[in-house]
Design a protein. Structure first.
Length: 175
């Protein structure tokens, strides 16, 4: 579907592609429920368009509750569709994906607080599940010994794991 962007350059193709994927997931879950008698209590989703369709349809079709790990509001996402006529749709996507799931999780307390400030969900309704390294969880080890064991030089090393969209500023790591 994304290749259609050669005909019309827009992020809307991304929404169509993710919608098709979500519908395939729903069809698979429904088939598993009806043909195999397999039921799932919870569906955990991290992508906004999948969260939209799954939270709207999965509870009725499969009986599963949807938990959405929300990263941002789609209406302010730098990669969102930019067409003027689409903006009300983006706000609708935000409203539905934040209100319909059985539960929300966020990577940061700041975003959870933003959702509460916007009146979307109260602070106690959004679980914060950080995805950053926490040295108190892992067994402390001698830094120099670990570098020697891995064959790493004794100088700063910068590692980035994640998507490299231009708006993320990964290039600033090199400055």
């Amino acid at each position: 579907i994304g290749r259609l962007s050669r005909l019309y350059r827009s992020t809307l193709w991304y929404y169509a592609e993710r919608s098709a994927y979500a519908w395939l997931v729903l069809a698979t879950l429904l088939w598993l429920r009806l043909a195999r008698r397999r039921c799932f209590d919870v569906i955990y989703v991290r992508e906004v368009i999948c969260a939209l369709w799954l939270s709207l349809l999965a509870p009725r079709l499969t009986g599963a509750r949807v938990v959405y790990e929300v990263h941002d509001l789609e209406s302010r996402n730098p990669s969102r569709a930019k067409e003027r006529w689409v903006q009300p749709l983006l706000h609708l996507i935000d409203r539905l994906t934040l209100m319909r799931p059985a539960a929300l999780t966020s990577l940061t307390g700041a975003f959870r607080d933003l959702l509460a400030w916007l009146g979307v969900r109260s602070r106690c309704e959004v679980a914060v599940l950080p995805d950053a390294y926490d040295e108190t969880i892992y067994t402390p080890q001698d830094r120099d010994a670990a570098r020697r064991a891995l064959g790493l030089p004794d100088e700063p090393i910068i590692v980035y794991a994640g998507l490299t969209f231009a708006y993320r500023g990964v290039d600033l790591l090199l400055d």
